[in-house]
Design a protein around this ligand. Sequence first.
Ligand code: HEM
Length: 465
Amino acid sequence: MSNLTNIREAQPARQVPPGPKGYPLVGLIPRLMRDMMGTYREAAQIGGIVEMDLGMQRAYLLTDPELIKHVLLDNYRNYVKGEQLDSIRPLLGNGLFLSEGDFWFTQRRLMQPAFYRPKLSGLADVMVEAAQMVVDRWEAQPPDQPVNMMYEMRQITQSVIVQAMFSTSISREETIRAGEALDYALLTLVERSITPFSMPEWLPTARNRRLREALATLDEVVYRFIDERRALVSRTEDGYDPTGDLLSMLINVRYEDTGEGMSDQQLRDEVMTMFLAGHETTANTLTWVWYLLSQHPEIEARLHAELDDVLGGRAPTFADLDTLAYTRMVIEETLRMYPAVWMTGRQSIEEDVIGGYTIPADSMLMLSFYFMHHDPTYWDEPEVFRPERFSEGGAQDRPRWAYLPFGGGPRVCIGQHFALMEAQLVLALIAQRYAPRLVPGQPIDLRLMGTLQPKEGPWMLLERR
Ligand code: HEM
């Protein structure tokens, strides 16, 4: 008998992990509805793997790097995104974020090359121009007029993703129309997924009607782009799209087994996925950067010194990215404190053992990057904003899996280089001219709807440097 078998027999997996106490029948649901962050925080403090009693369902919260690695990498084949994300399927369909198994793998392999860092260099100008357009608008408005920073950052990131996908800028009005439809659809669908008792979709309520309208608006915009592009391709001799943007990459793909390209429906799902995944998270991150800088003048001063030194007032380029090291550290530390994807979910296919506990098949797992990023076991003074943690050599004493703003394993964010590059360029351009200040007296509460963002605003004054 091997040693391994001996150990297993000597230490059988325990059955139920510890967890916060819930109410009979409804478990922790009333507490989560009253104070979601507080309830999760209390659970996360138990550490390891924690059972969350959700009334009819049991879920498991993971905040430990090794356990998260187990799910995302070591035994990733046993986990799917699962039913908990079914609510956003009307929006994202079978795109890269939600697809599974062999189909996901094929799509990922086909799309991955377009996201390698050197391939993205051509987008640097697009990113700088999008930020410049917003700055030009700011220059024309009275200096004492506050701006809603989340809204402003979203304008930039929406314009970047639209241009990266379609290499044309759609009109400002249409971008706003599509952006608002997307926000509404996403919020409603995510809310529905976390609210235990919501109205069925088929009921003709005002909310359901508006949701259907929002989805129809998005489809209309996306299918129009696909139709236009198919028409263009039909006029080329070789049947390939020469445009060079993300849509052309999707259109030009041919499946090895059939030699066919993607269907219109699949193109729509991938485009919608890129549009959603590719702008909201980066806008959130930039918003948190401005908030944190406004609260830490000494860090802001160091950032300004680097920008003045490296750029001396000119616009940043792709070639500056490696030199703007502190700018990048500010973004990395912001992603530690406020990871836009604060939690992700998985569903087990078969029974597994995690952290010494038996996890039944079909269990719901919640992997919280936010709480792991705030755990004093891995982070010295985790509530302190300190970009120096990400200086060269600064990361040596912590486990690699303790920092996962882009997730990990095979399903790690495909857009991570895109996002970091965009955040770095936008921050470098704007911080050369402005030191945004928080309008006083504003509470900064967290909104935990899919992504981590401020509940309101934040409203900021655009102080010129
Ligand atoms: C700061 C910005 C961003 C953050 C924090 C972020 C975070 C993440 C995380 C944590 C995941 C993994 C989710 C999971 O395993 O359940 C993910 C997946 C994904 N992200 Fe991002 N992301 C960002 C920007 C982007 C951008 C710019 C794009 C596209 C242009 C993008 C496209 C995707 C896609 C398509 C997936 C699914 C990948 C797959 O399953 O194969 N993301 N992102």
